[in-house]
Design a protein around this ligand. Structure first.
Ligand code: HEM
Length: 418
């Protein structure tokens, strides 16, 4: 059967994808005026979908699965091999409960307290320095937060290189060449280290706090009542630690937004809970982070007159859906007000995936992400004084994945409000 949807001609467009980054899918969707087009990537036929209905389709477990959907290069840098991201069905749901069990109200509150504490300590150091670069400093703050929250002892660890390795793993996902290789090496090193910790725990030579991620990963039993093998336990522990450090990207963009939208800085200084929530949501919607997601067609099915074929790779346009003008008024304007009476849809705001987190692959860390972001923004506005020197390049490239302000966001004249 002939393709009935717009098709990008040519043998392969992987290079265009790497070069155009966040705009690759959205620009073609707008050129073809469609939520559905076909292209060729990594040597295979790929269908790209987007928009609210596209997201709803993508998270239909009867139609899609993740087995074989995550390229090895992403597994070897960002997620780890055989991680939750690649599981389906019962195995997935069971593993997902493990992650969700970390997100109780009490544990999230503790995450906020740790975040505030580490900001205070870091800011006191910056007060003695001539300048601080947020994109270099925040990973260290969040690395301490992540380890302490997860029950990983940090006294014996040098935090700076560890934080750098977590960032390297994230930096690798949209890169080829040395930036990608650096991420793979960082992952290998970390997996070895954390596998060692799991072994120590299982030999009862170490006793992490009950309820912590380290404790849970070490003693979790899968849907067949078996402990995770040591490697997988380490991989999944890293799937808690790394993304917490990755909130750095959103915190840095948030600092940029506070600088460029002074009225929001003032609103956050008033300290009302609703403002900081709306501000954080808009930072997640507006700024680029996850560009798109992939899944494979489970069995042939039809959608909007097009036949999706079993085994085919389908990409969901995350960045484009967060900027879809049918869902968001003036999507390219930063405006937290849009979240004041937001209906809380599960297929429109999808920076961390869509659908139901318990049954699908939607990120289980959204509440944790918001907690870290909100605590950081409150600290920046209410507990710290700083200036943002003009001599820096605050622009960010949409063709680089992931991306952040060119200068890393430099601040000066730091002091802590008394
Ligand atoms: C999955 C984004 C923070 C843990 C995901 C997915 C995205 C995402 C896009 C994939 C959804 C899918 O495959 O359908 C983000 C962003 C974060 C963040 C942008 C903030 C910087 C966190 C945090 C944690 C976390 C703080 C844990 C503490 C996970 C896990 C999965 C996941 C375990 C896999 C879920 C599954 O496959 O079922 N995240 N995340 N993430 N995230 Fe996050």
């Amino acid at each position: 059967k002939h393709s009935d949807i717009p098709k990008e001609e040519g043998l392969d467009h992987s290079l265009a994808l790497i070069q155009e980054g966040y705009e690759y899918i959205p620009s073609r969707r707008s050129k073809f005026k469609t939520d559905l087009f076909e292209t060729r990537l990594l040597g295979q036929k790929v269908v790209c979908i987007g928009g609210q209905e596209g997201a709803e389709l993508f998270y239909d477990n009867d139609k899609f699965e993740r087995k074989g959907a995550v390229p090895k290069r992403i597994q070897k840098s960002l997620f780890g091999e055989n991680a939750i991201h690649t599981l389906d069905g019962e195995a997935h749901e069971h593993r997902k409960l493990l992650f969700m069990s970390l997100m109780t109200e009490e544990r999230l509150e503790q995450l906020g307290e740790l975040t505030r504490e580490e900001w205070r300590l870091a800011a006191a150091e910056w007060a003695k320095m001539d300048k601080a670069v947020l994109f270099d400093e925040v990973p260290q703050i969040l690395c301490r937060v992540a380890c302490r929250w997860a029950g990983v002892p940090i006294d014996a660890i040098e935090v700076k290189p560890l934080a750098r390795d977590f960032i390297a793993m994230v930096e690798a996902f949209g890169a080829v060449g040395s930036r990608h290789q650096k991420g793979r090496k960082a992952r290998k090193k970390m997996e070895d280290y954390f596998e060692g910790l799991i072994v120590e725990i299982r030999h009862r030579r170490m006793e992490p706090i009950e309820g912590s991620a380290l404790h849970k990963m070490a003693w979790h039993r899968d849907h067949k009542e078996k402990h995770l093998d040591e490697h997988t336990a380490a991989v999944e522990l890293l799937n808690v630690l790394r993304p917490i450090v990755a909130v750095t990207y959103l915190v840095t963009f948030g600092a940029l937004a506070l600088f460029q939208h002074n009225v929001w800085k003032e609103k956050l200084q008033d300290g009302d809970e609703e403002s900081v929530q709306m501000f954080a949501q808009e930072v997640r919607r507006f700024y680029p982070f996850a560009p798109f997601l992939g899944a494979k067609v489970k069995n042939d099915f039809e959608w909007k007159g097009h036949t999706f074929e079993k085994g085919q790779l389908v990409l969901l346009d995350v960045y484009g859906t967060n900027h879809d003008n049918r869902l968001w008024e003036e999507p390219y304007v930063f405006n937290p007000e849009r979240f004041r009476n937001w209906n809380g849809g599960i297929f429109d705001l999808i920076p961390q995936g869509g659908g139901d987190e318990a049954t699908g692959h939607r990120c289980p860390g959204e509440m944790a992400t918001l907690q870290v972001m909100k605590t950081s923004f409150s600290f920046l506005t209410n507990e710290m004084i700083y200036n943002v020197p003009m001599e820096q390049d605050l622009s960010y490239s949409l063709s680089r994945m992931p991306t952040y302000p060119e200068s890393g966001f430099v601040i000066q004249g730091v002091s802590i409000k008394s």
